[in-house]
Write a protein of this length. Sequence first.
Lengths: 202, 126
Amino acid sequence: MMETQAHASDTLSPEERAADSTAVFGFWAYLMTDLVLFASLFAVFAVLRGPAFGGSSMGNIFNLPYVLIETIALLTSSFTCGLALLAARADKVQAAILLLSTTFVLGAAFVGMEVSEFTRLVAQGYGPSHSGFLSAYFTLVGTHGLHVAVGLLWLLSLTIAILKRGFSRGNMRKLALFSLFWHFLDIVWIFIFTIVYLMGAL
Amino acid sequence: MKNYFEEIGAWPHSHGIARAYVAGFVLSLALTLGAYVLVAQHALPQVRLVAAIVAAALVQFIVQVVCFLHLGRGSASRKRLVIFGFAILVVGILVSGSLWIMFSLNLRMMPDASQMEQYMQSQGGF
């Protein structure tokens, strides 16, 4: 049995369990609506890719090896986020903080790489106003990047909260919800990587 | 808070969670790199290449939903599975419907040569 930290009790009362289960379910319902948002952006992108001006020849403006590194950074951060939950379950504060910090660094690297790619595209004249294809591209990829950036702020506040209060019930709940959000964003990225970048390079 | 994630239904059970994360990560990495190499090397003809990378994406989607989001057996998981299924249905209708409508419209907007001829004759040119 692990040493208990600052928390008063080690088990949840039935009311607490019901409340936190509802929180997980409700957050899951939000993620499903977010999925529909991304689906509509994918539909717009797919529709504008072919027939819009310059659409089908745009694949070669992207740097595929660069995007692969971005993809692996986000995938690895999704993995370390899962490992942080395992550390939390084992009541290992230091390990969890280390894993959450790794998740943060990888996520920040992902956002940084994406922002620098956007800057490069705009500087080369391929801004969102260049064509319907690029409008759809910036909206789809930018919306995902914005989600990741918001996730980073959440992760920062969560890490600080765990440093202050350890694995309290509130922190555990936030950790469970954050992990759903973070894994969800990696799942959306699978399709951005495949449909936008890999298919664009063909 | 030993069994917190299990109690609130975020994890279906305690066993095999670590293994699920590792398996999910390794499989996702392999599928990502595999799809990337296929495209970078142009290893297959165009149509089969598109089919292969879409298949790799769908497999990776299922792998991450099962291994990272822990959607599967268990009563808490079943409730989430229901709205997940509904969301996938909406996504399918939204994406395939948009593509169907827009490509059909696109096709109808571009008359072929015989239609163009007919139009020119009936109107005496443009």
